[in-house]
Design a binder for this molecule. Structure first.
Ligand code: PMP
Length: 365
């Protein structure tokens, strides 16, 4: 089926399902620890849970295609008019909309080595050319990325912080980068993990939006807000660019339940603070354990950390297999060209401790 080209497109590969691993190793599902998908270990806020329950008691009409109430709330939250906001079925949907709307086969897209994998997949789906800029110290080399833009370039993807490396570009460098990008090239600034950043480390992306009509800022409810399974994210952009994204948005792309949950989650700042605190404590727990085990790790600004398991390309897979046998699921990152590393999401204190114990046993074997 399909043309030859479709076979060159890689499917997205997520973390291994708990049920599958439980069956494979003969362990009860409740005992499996999954730290593989950068999820929020607190689950969702009680307010969001109530909103989900309420939404489920109503007749399941079609969702509001434009998400009126949520877009109004996001607009108020961000201090922007509502026509600057686009809703996505997760923020991956937003990333894909940009590729669909802006890239055709004669165009190119710039992104960084180790940039979030969905960029590569979205460009493949559009049939456009990839300009992959070598990373510097595992982070984005913004100077080199600006220099790599060609006349055919229509789109740049930039994750800040980046997944899977956890690296962060500083506000001044992002602002300088935007000055260098030609006005007819769209920059998708992917801020999926922005809520985890100390305020002092954040880029004022809303100020940049007002200055640069070629900027899209994408964010998600999947991480700090804990709604990954409901699939909802959003973008903010100048209305002319938001309009272009909306033209390729699938009909009813966000569900009634997801819209209701996101609206409630946005208002639950207490939960958000707790999520950020748990992440900070869990990150410190992992860093201390990695240091004690003599494992190299990259300083991370997200809710996950990249840790090096050895020097050969199979080191990550080898340790991963040993972790799976103990009921701990983390994420190998060989598909990023990071075979020696594993990406571990920060969980609760108890989940992190299980992971650390399993890691110690795997390294000793
Ligand atoms: N951007 C980055 C950098 C991510 O790591 C992720 C999730 N892995 C996403 C976007 C997409 O997340 P979602 O579609 O759940 O919003």
């Amino acid at each position: 089926w399909g043309t030859g080209y479709i076979r060159t497109i890689s499917p997205y590969v997520g973390g291994r399902p708990i049920a599958e691993v439980a069956r494979e190793i003969g362990m009860d599902e409740s005992r499996i620890v999954k730290l593989a998908s950068n999820e929020n270990p607190l689950g969702m806020s009680p307010a969001a849970r109530r909103a989900v329950m309420d939404a489920l008691t109503e007749t399941p009409r079609y969702p509001d295609n434009d998400g009126y109430a949520l877009r109004q709330a996001l607009a108020a939250h961000l201090g922007l008019p509502a026509d600057w906001i686009v809703l996505g079925h997760g923020s991956s949907d937003i990333l894909e909309m940009a590729a669909r709307a802006l890239l055709s086969e004669s165009d190119s897209c710039v992104y960084s080595q180790y940039g979030f994998i969905v960029y590569q997949l979205a460009v493949q789906q559009a049939g456009a050319r990839h300009i992959v800029v070598p990373a510097r110290d595992y982070g984005h080399d913004l100077q080199a990325m600006a220099a790599a833009i060609e006349p055919s370039t229509r789109l740049v993807y930039l994750a800040n912080p980046n997944n899977p490396t956890g690296t962060l570009a500083c506000a001044a460098d992002i602002a300088a980068f935007m000055e260098q990008v030609p006005p007819d090239v769209v920059v998708m600034l992917d801020e999926a993990y922005v809520e985890y950043l100390d305020p002092g480390l954040r880029t004022d992306s809303l100020a940049l939006l007002r200055k640069h009509p070629n900027l899209v800022v994408s964010r998600t409810f999947s991480k700090a807000y804990g709604l990954a399974g409901l699939r909802i994210g959003y973008a903010a952009a100048h209305p002319a660019l938001a309009d272009v994204l909306n033209r390729v948005r699938s009909a009813f792309n966000t569900s009634t339940v997801a819209q209701a949950a996101a609206l409630a989650a946005l208002g639950d700042e207490d939960f958000l603070r707790r999520a950020v605190d748990v992440n900070r404590a869990g990150m410190a727990q992992f860093v201390a354990a990695f240091d004690a085990l003599g494992l190299r790790h990259l300083p991370s600004h997200g809710n996950f950390v990249l840790v090096r398991m050895g020097d050969d390309e199979q080191a990550g897979n080898r340790i991963n297999a040993a972790l799976v046998k103990q009921g701990v699921i983390v994420r190998p990152v060989g598909n990023y060209g990071l075979g020696p590393w594993l990406r571990i999401s920060v969980g609760t204190e108890a989940e992190n401790a299980r992971c650390i114990d399993a890691l110690r046993a795997a390294l000793a074997a």
